[in-house]
Design a protein around this ligand. Sequence first.
Ligand code: SF4
Length: 295
Amino acid sequence: VDLVPYKTCTFDCVYCELGPTTCHTRMRRSYKPVDSLCVELRERLQQIEGEIDIITLAGSGEPTLNADLGAIIERIRGMTGRPLGILTNSSLLSDQAVRDALKPLDLVVPSLDAVSDRIFQRINRPVEGIGTEEILHGLIRLREEFTGEIWLEVLVCQDINDGESELARIKEAADSIHPDRIHINTVFRPPSVEGIRAVPQERLEEIAAFMGQKARAVGSACVRKGASAGSRSVRTRLTMLLQRRPCTMDDISIALCIARMEALKLVDQMVAEGAIERIEHQGTAYYRAPVPDKT
Ligand code: SF4
């Protein structure tokens, strides 16, 4: 569930798969009418509810910037018994109103890519006024108050936050946050800034081992089986998916729940028409769609 307009974020991460942040802000606002969001979600739930593992609040930026977060979570809770989670960059967790809004969730997946200010500025490029001290404070308070699961995510970029001293600081911070799990991730999709590189899989595993028993290196995609394509045309859903983030052919087939051959045919046709484009990143082909200009 996408809670903010494309690309509204407190950060402008160098590895962001969505492209550069166009609305760099820390101001929480009512970005979308709660009613229309809930109507759209209810419609989608009617199509696929039985096949959902978890409903994830996330989207084209930082979801906690949506000032209606608490009301939206409450409405979704009234609509379905499916587990509900959020992906957040942790920047607003020091705000009690944000932590209160998150309380009914089953899962919070907060990020922590750096602890030292210099590396934090380099990798996450936050809006002015956000620092690692307040982020750590917010994460520790979240753990004290939140009864659901917390899966801390650390995204490691080569030659930025993969040095031993920074990883030791992240480990120390993670130990004080007490998450249920720690996911060590890297740059799997084309990044916002050219030249940002993933760490190799073996190094990712090494870092996960260093972080302790709760940590594991995570992959780029998880596989869901048996879902139906739903009523919205596959072409429209593909465009919407590729406007959100670049995807591989496998990502497309999994996300749209269609056979790989079917995905291949559709993608070829849309590339030929110029509706989407093919790009290469570290030897893998990705597809992306232009984001419509809303001005
Ligand atoms: S990766 Fe997430 S936190 Fe970073 S700029 Fe992109 S949307 Fe914002």
